[in-house]
Structures are given as C-alpha cells and as structure tokens.
Ligand binder design. Structure first.
Ligand code: NAD
Ligand code: DAU
Length: 339
C-alpha cells in the first residue's frame, strides 16, 4: 500500500508519518513545499529510526499540475492524505493570497490528478473551523452548516466543497475529516501552546487575545493521527468525520496551566487586542466516528500537555532552529500591532 502524504514536514503530517511507520507496513511518500512551517529536520533520520526504507521525500508544491500526476505514477499511489495547507489563522488575516492558492487551488489540483489516475481513497484533512463559531452551548456535528469566519477557514471550507463535488459528480472516493485544535510534538511555535511555552521559557509576555474567554476543544495529535488511519482502513467514500478531544478549555486556562507546569508567574499573561473575527468557541461531536470507525481520544489533556512541554524542553535544538527568520518576523510584527 503506497500513500502520498502532502505537507508531511508540518506538525500533524510529521506525527502522522511517524505513526504510520510504527503502526503499518505501508510505503509513505511525503510531498512538501517546505514553507516556513515545513521542517525537513523533523524527518531526517526517520528511515533509520523505524528500520527499512519505507519513507521517501519529494520537494514540491501541491499546485504543480505536472508534478502531481508524475508522482502518482512514479510511486503507484493507492491513497492520498492531504495535510498540505497554510494553517495559521492570523497569517490568513494579514495575507490571504497564499491560503487561496495552496488550500483551494492545491486541493483541486490533487483531486483532479487523483481522479484521473483512479486511486483507492483520498483523505482531505479539514478542520472544525469550517463550521464557524459556537455560542456557550452545543457541539458541531457533521451536519452543522459550513459558516467559516476567517480567510483560512473559508479556504478550507472551499476545499471541502470541492471534495464533496468530486464525490457527487465523479463518484470519486474522497473522505473529509474535520478535527479540533491539535497539540503535541513538532508544532510550529506560532500556535497558542508552543508559543506560550517558548515565550514563558524566556520570561517574555504571552499575548492573550481579547478577554481570553475563547474556548477550543484540544486533542492530542496522536489521537488525530489514529482517527485518520481509521479513515484509510474503514471509512466509506463520500463520508465526513468529526474528530475532537472532548477537552474544552478557555485560552486563559490553557496559558495558566502552561505557566503552572513551568513554574512561571501568571503576570507573564499579557491581554492584547483581539484577533479580528475571532471565533468564540469550538466543540466537536464525534459520535459518528466512534460509532462507525471505533474512534475515541485516548490522551487525557493534563497528561498530554505535560508530555508536550517535556518534549519541547528536551528538544531545545529543534526549538532554537525555528526561532529565527520568517517565524520571528511574523510573530513579532503581529504582536507589536496588538499591544
Ligand atoms: P503546518 O502549518 O504545521 O504544516 C503545513 C505543511 O504543509 C508544511 O510542511 C508546509 O510546508 C506544507 N505546505 C504548505 N503549502 C504547501 C503546498 N502548496 N504544497 C506542498 N506543501 C505545502 O500545519 P498543521 O498544523 O500540521 O496542519 C496540517 C493540516 O491539518 C492542515 O490542512 C490544517 O488545515 C489541518 N488541521 C490542523 C489542525 C491543527 O490544530 N493544527 C486542526 C485541524 C485541521
Ligand atoms: O480548530 C482547528 C484549528 O486550530 C486548525 O484548523 C488551525 O490550523 C490551527 O491553527 C488552530 O487554529 P486556532 O486559531 O484555534 O489556533 P491558534 O493556536 O492560533 O489559537 C488558539 C486560540 O488562542 C485562539 O482562540 C486564538 C488564541 N491565541 C492565539 C495565539 C497564537 C491567543 O490568545 N494568543 C496567541 O498568541
């Protein structure tokens, strides 16, 4: 079984490749453009770590309409798992262009090449953000109407609709997964949890948007990866599955927990101007995935957060190599504009 994984040098892609090398015997081909968020260091020794030569890397863009058919043929691809995307909401607010290109045009390009090739399954990694925002009650189900609020979530919703249309029009075997906020090793430190950790480590103020009352449903990345693997083996073409961690916390609570684990004072918390269009609350109803795929999150949030912080502490070289260039330019500028 040969799987084309796109965006494998990013946070979830890296964890997924490692998960699949551990849990399966398939061959994995990673296509990644290596944007600021793609880190080839995540995977340099992966064949040695897992034994054998089941992992191949291809540097390229999912928007490249010549490259994708070539790779599908070269590696006799059976499955595509599309993680490749611009993933950061704040960046989509300052510069939406690349989100439209990679997340919409790129997904279309992959779908079209995979349809022409006739692959077994295409898994589109989408997000809970396509549903928009919840009030204080209720959860998103797969039937919740799409109502994205940021350029990022709109681009992901557009890709979901293209996937849906390919299934309805061409009977193309696509499955969409929508997951809540992931955390765990290898997450790029522009996202709330690693950003808070890294700033706290240096005793720098941690920017908390608005009132800090916004709620996210946190899931450990290993649980998300298991859900995706279940989709490869069990999901029917045309289906959509929500994944979540059943772990809702306010952003203020998250930062306080991180500071507590690190033994740092609460006064590092710095309330700043809110993110425009900031969604109040996400919470996932993943009953369908439990019933049809046997999915349940296994990593408790308290344990998962402690282990994640340990991972960052034990991988300072990874953290240091990120802390330069493009990363610093964006986060520092964004932060300055909000204080
Ligand atoms: P990430 O930003 O860490 O990684 C994205 C990867 O995609 C990078 O390696 C980057 O180089 C690559 N990439 C970007 N544009 C590309 C292109 N045009 N061609 C080839 N490669 C390209 O993202 P992540 O957090 O790992 O998210 C992965 C996927 O999961 C995204 O589709 C995202 O929308 C979705 N998702 C993320 C979360 C989360 O909490 N992080 C939750 C639900 C869904
Ligand atoms: O819900 C799934 C989504 O989760 C994914 O689709 C996205 O790719 C991923 O980036 C993530 O989006 P969020 O916007 O929820 O994640 P982020 O870590 O950027 O922010 C989490 C919450 O913390 C959000 O309410 C904004 C807030 N925040 C974030 C940052 C970076 C702050 O208060 N301060 C910050 O510095």
């Amino acid at each position: 079984m040969n799987i084309l994984v796109t965006g494998g040098c990013g946070f979830i892609g890296t964890n997924f490749l490692r998960h699949m090398l551990n849990e399966s015997s398939c061959t994995l081909i990673n296509l990644d453009k290596l944007t600021y968020a793609g880190n080839p260091r995540n995977l340099t020794s992966i064949n040695e770590e897992y034994g054998g030569k089941r992992y191949f890397f291809e540097h390229g863009d999912i928007c490249d309409s010549l490259l994708i058919p070539e790779l599908l043929n070269k590696y006799s691809i059976d499955f595509v798992v599309n993680f490749a995307a611009e993933s950061h909401v704040d960046r989509s607010i300052t510069d939406p262009d690349v989100f439209i290109r990679s997340n919409i045009q790129g997904t279309y390009n992959l779908l079209e090449a995979a349809r022409r090739k006739g692959i077994k399954k295409f898994i589109q990694i989408s997000t809970d953000e396509v549903y928009g925002s919840l009030g204080s009650k209720g959860r998103f189900t797969e039937n919740t109407p799409l109502a994205p609020n940021s350029p990022y979530s709109a681009s992901k919703a557009a890709a979901d609709l293209l996937c849906r249309s390919f299934h309805r029009t061409y009977d193309f075997p696509v499955i969409i997964t929508r997951c809540s906020n992931n955390y765990g090793p290898f997450q790029f430190p522009e996202k709330l949890i690693p950003l808070s950790f890294m700033r706290a480590l240096k005793d720098l103020p941690i920017p908390l948007y608005g009132s800090g009352e916004n709620v996210r449903d946190w899931i450990h990345v290993n649980d998300h990866c298991r859900g995706i693997e279940l989709c490869i083996s069990k999901a029917d073409p045309g289906s959509v599955y929500n994944f979540g961690g059943d772990s809702e916390y306010k952003n203020l609570e998250i930062i306080r927990k991180i500071l507590e684990i690190m033994g740092k004072p609460d006064d590092l918390i710095h309330f700043v101007k809110d993110r425009p269009g900031h969604d109040l609350r996400y919470a996932m109803d993943f009953t369908l995935a439990t019933r049809e795929l046997g999915f349940m999150p296994e990593v408790g949030f308290a344990e998962g957060l402690e282990k994640t912080i340990d991972w960052y502490l034990n991988n300072q070289d990874w953290v240091e190599c990120i802390q330069s260039g493009e990363y610093l330019r964006f986060t520092e500028l964004w932060y300055k504009e909000r204080v």
